[in-house]
Design a binder for this molecule. Structure first.
Ligand code: WT7
Length: 643
């Protein structure tokens, strides 16, 4: 079994050892897993050549560690509790034995369809147990899963399928988010119009919505499963074989297909889950993230299952049928550990405490936060109203690229501090640099956050584009992984993450690239150019503001209406191209954008104005078109609520 750190002193010892005796440290952690063949080398390579590897030479299958390994000791323990969107529909429980059986059967289905080791499979599904079954079956047969969040548009789905050249798509007819029907299969059909790599589509019937079927291509989950054998020998993988691709947004270009490999990811995610949440055998753990994000991959599915935990999956949204739903779920299943995002906490806070009445939250032992900085007020509310002042809160900082949690307290074991992620996890060596890359060695420091050495769960590459991987993360500061986040270290040595320092926006914890939104806006036929910037938002953390130059003159009388119409269309275009989560909060139609003499858009200036600090734009005299700044200031001021 994987080992647990149980005191602050033990953490300090483990942390020190993880740095000066790293190979032995990780070898001991890894010994807690099941290997078909042990590794030849714990770790090799590094950030200079970006060729780091972990547990090279080892052979294993991650699903043997998630499932088969637990069958001896607790086959009947619940692996997944599933709570449907509709509170009147019956929930489901899958024991480790049942989950293993489903995964074996679906592995045989995949095999039968010709899916083999190294193939890429796209999964576009609602939050139902079959999503976990599908991903685990991919891992079991050695196929690389690429899960696309159900809230992404057909176009986003299509781009991801094309980039990864997926052979198979696994989806559902549709599902309900609250009282809103989501037509997944229709979106998939639209996406597949230009995805020649897809040979088959497997459809799980969830909503019984009417769908169109393409004969020969489309197959039904239940029919395939009906005749599948439940015996399946897991494909044995090399340590560094890819496990999955997950697309994420950066400051430039299209989303990147971040690649995680098998052994290092498994060791890291399993070990962090156990230690950060201090999971104990009988506990029910609920992480509210969608499996379509890294949090769902690592801490709804892989991390909990590697530890034989009971993990809860909820299909719906927080406010359905009303704002008391989450708390009712916690009461219903006696949830011990609850892990969610600050944006959700702030929404609940805004709704008032009456929604908590009648819910029994006494089962809770530990709370977690992830996805964006948590402000002190939200932290305090979470601590008081949900944790009843006795549950430790772990503020976990990490990223899609890091595979697992890097900076955090260990629940109840190491100290916590509101709005601080606090201390690095064993094996993680964070450093703070200034914009020139100079290390800030004083205890109290502020700057950009980098990580100085590799850890097992680190992403290895961008799918089919290692150069982009190197360029994005390893060239800003030589020999270091650059996180894209700003941070501060206080006199306790605790880290506080202050937010992105690049062109990445965190809207309700969702990661959105400015370039992506701008290129979507520019698809509108009347748009000449656009720039988007984040502004602070009380609930969402950040919101997107767009500045758009349009072509064409309108009759003066109709101008206001025409603008309104255009604003609406621009928002719709983003929704359709990227997904509803990337919709701008507000669109300003401008006649120009502030640019440098070399033609670069000065987003910094737009951001200051949009934030309501028009006096902080700094020196604009060197701009190509300084006069535009006043126009934009006037326009934004006119639309701001009077103070
Ligand atoms: C970015 C990564 C990793 C889980 C989900 C997000 C921000 C994440 C925290 C935190 C402050 C945080 C950072 C990071 N972030 N957790 N506890 N405190 N900021 O993964 O979508 O890859 O986003 O989320 O800005 O770089 P992601």
């Amino acid at each position: 079994m994987i080992s647990r750190i149980t005191s602050y002193d033990q953490y300090k010892t483990a942390y020190e050892r993880s740095l000066y005796d790293a190979d032995n440290f990780w070898a001991e952690v890894a010994a807690g897993y099941h290997w078909r063949k042990m590794w030849d080398r714990v770790h090799s390579g590094g950030f200079e050549k970006v060729d780091y590897k972990w547990f090279e030479g080892a052979r294993l299958n991650i699903t043997v560690n998630c499932l088969d390994r637990h069958l001896e000791s607790f086959a009947d323990k619940t692996a997944i509790i599933w709570e449907p969107n509709d509170p009147d529909e019956a929930g489901r429980r899958l024991s480790y034995r049942e989950l293993h059986r489903e995964v074996c059967k679906f592995s045989n289905v995949l095999k039968q369809l010709g899916v083999t080791k190294g193939d890429t499979v796209c999964i576009y599904m609602p939050m139902i147990p079959e999503l976990a079954v599908a991903m685990l079956a991919c891992a079991r047969v050695g196929a690389i899963h690429s899960i696309v969040f159900g809230g992404f548009s057909a176009q986003s789905l299509s781009g991801r399928i094309q980039d990864a050249e997926c052979k198979l798509l696994i989806t559902a007819d549709g599902f309900y988010r609250g009282d809103k029907a989501v037509h997944l299969k229709n979106m998939a059909d639209e996406a597949l119009q230009d995805c020649p790599s897809i040979k088959n589509v497997i459809i799980y019937r969830r909503s019984n919505a009417e769908i169109s079927i393409m004969a020969g291509r489309d197959l039904f989950w239940d029919q395939l499963m009906a005749s599948a054998s439940d015996q399946h020998e897991a494909e044995i993988m090399d340590a560094e074989d890819p496990l999955f691709i997950l697309y994420t947004s950066g400051s430039t270009g299209k989303p990147k297909g971040v690649v995680h490999t098998t052994a290092g990811y498994m060791v890291y995610v399993g070990y962090t889950f156990l230690n950060v949440f201090q999971y104990r055998e009988h506990e029910v753990y609920w992480c509210t993230a969608d499996i379509g994000w890294i949090t769902g991959h690592s801490y709804v599915v892989y991390g909990p299952l590697l530890n034989g935990a009971t993990t809860l999956m909820y299909e719906g949204i927080p406010a359905y049928p009303d704002w008391s739903r989450w708390w009712k779920i916690i009461s219903k299943y006696s949830v011990d550990i609850f892990y969610t995002a600050p944006t959700a906490i702030r929404s609940f806070q805004a709704q008032g405490e009456e929604h908590l009445q009648g819910a029994d939250l006494s089962s809770l032992r530990l709370l977690g936060s992830v996805g964006e900085p948590i402000n002190e007020e939200a932290w305090e509310w979470y601590h008081r109203q949900i944790g009843k002042e006795h549950c430790p809160i772990v503020d976990t900082w990490w990223q899609t690229e890091t595979g697992g949690i890097l900076i955090t307290s260990l629940g109840g074991v190491t100290p916590a501090k509101p709005s601080f992620a606090t201390l690095p996890f064993p094996g993680i060596e964070p450093v703070i640099v200034d914009t020139n890359g100079v290390l800030q060695n004083d205890l109290v420091a502020e700057g950009n956050l980098c990580i100085r050495r590799s850890w097992p769960g680190q992403a290895r590459t961008v799918y089919k584009d290692h150069d982009r991987f190197i360029k994005t993360y390893f060239t800003t500061y030589r020999g270091m992984y650059f996180t894209g986040d700003g941070c501060r270290r206080d006199d306790d040595g605790f880290y506080r993450i202050t937010g992105r320092v690049d062109d990445v926006i965190k809207v309700s914890g969702h990661r959105i690239g400015t370039a992506e939104v701008e290129s979507a806006i520019n698809e509108h036929p009347d748009v000449v150019e656009s720039a988007v910037v984040p502004i602070p938002h009380e609930i969402k953390g950040e919101a997107i503001i767009a500045f758009v130059i349009c072509r064409g003159e309108n009759e003066a009388t109709d101008q206001a209406r025409a603008m309104q119409q255009l604003e609406h269309e621009v928002i719709q275009t983003v929704s359709k191209t990227v997904g509803p989560i990337a919709k701008p909060e507000k669109v300003y139609m401008v006649s120009g954008l502030p640019k440098t003499r070399s033609g670069k858009i000065m987003r910094r200036i737009l951001r200051k104005i949009a934030e309501g600090h028009p006096d902080q734009t700094g020196d604009i005299s060197t701009l190509l078109n300084p006069e535009i700044v006043d126009e934009i200031k006037r326009m934004v001021a006119a639309s701001m609520p009077a103070k």
